[in-house]
Design a protein around this ligand. Sequence first.
Ligand code: URP
Ligand code: ZN
Ligand code: ZN
Length: 471
Amino acid sequence: MKTLIKNGRIVTAVDDYCADIFIDGETITCIGKTLDMPADKIIDAKDRLVIPGGIDPHTHMDMPFGGTTSADDFQSGTAAAAHGGTTTIIDFAIQQKGGSIMKALDTWHEKANGKASIDYSFHMIVTDLSHGDAVNEMRRLMQHEGVLSCKLFMAYPGVLLVDDATIFRAMTIAGDHGGLICMHAENGVVINEIIARALAEGKTAPKYHALTRPTKAEAEGVNRAIAIAEMAGSPVYIVHLSCYDALKKVKEARDLGVPVFAETCPQYLFLDLSYYEKPNFEGAKYVMTPPLREKWNQEELWTGLRMNDLQVVSTDHCPFCMKDQKQLGKDDFTKIPNGGPGVENRMSLVYNGGVAAGRISVNRFVEITSTAAAKIFGLFPKKGTIAVGSDADIVIFDPNKKMTLSASTHHMKVDYNCYEGMEVTGVTETVLSRGQLVIEKGKYVGKAGSGQFIKRSTIQQALQPALASAR
Ligand code: URP
Ligand code: ZN
Ligand code: ZN
């Protein structure tokens, strides 16, 4: 299949120019002015941005959590992602405590195989490195399985939390193999004390989820993660950073040249603590970890994105329906499954709040939604840019079209939208994944199973340019 995209404005993290793109099979093979090669399909991109497909490096499809399972599987979740202009996700496999890491990887391959309509990769959530097998398995993951990043939790004691010795051990392994540790940085031990006190006082409503997870607990986690990474000789990537207190720790370290990277998510850029006050248990929609913060933090996060103290906007897409799932915590906020939907809305939200609102350039928009994640996670330049030889993962984006976000029109398999009724400027129109149309003028034309698992290469090699241009 040969495809010609004509008349578009090609925007990458560094370029902005008008040209045509020729795709032969899965790959971009030519970019030039007024190309006229014979093609099976010609797409007119006049008045549209032509950008690299979005990369969302933080999703949880089909994930068992809090006594239930996240509502999107790899079929519905990747189709929804494509609707929103995302062509690659990096999802999280989970090692059962005391269980095999390889078995966890097999389980996630089974969950995704034959279902995804865009490409995907995995991080591994490591919960236990107390025996030699687990250590060897983690090495094998990084050396042979193309899984170069592991997530560790400083939160959720007794479930996912790992101690500092395990963090140090995992970071050392990552450092040895050119891998990266993604850190859920919150002091879960202190948080559990605060939660116990709240419950003893009869504070069971959703808002207490937020009030028992102070920003200082996140900042302490970030600080400790960075210090241990320095001792282990490894870079570290802070996931779902939510507040200024935590951002300050990242910025301080980066100012000293420490290889620390961090993502934030749209929920922390657009939503705030007041959402927990909604009546009729609606606050449960926003029970996610870290929680929503006081509104003033939002502008600080945008500044962090603009100044490159934050490199990536991911979603932490982890949807649970209000019906039957969030309801599990009706009488006790600690039983509300943590997480919210967002994989479909990320690109439009960031364009709207970033470019349309005048906070960031259109190049920076591409960088924080695609290119930086490709570099940090070892996918670049196969993914994350528009260049000859790169995968033809391309989004044709209408920067002027408006859309109202709503559960009644979204494609995520969840019964609410965090941004219900919000109007955004900037809409994904057409999406190609490795040269195949997945979304055509807003309609899904993809195929479950056409998405491939992407083995990633040594992260620290790919990271060198990102490190060099960190400031
Ligand atoms: O509330 C959240 N974020 N749920 C997903 C799990 C995690 O910590 O990323
Ligand atoms: Zn997390
Ligand atoms: Zn997550």
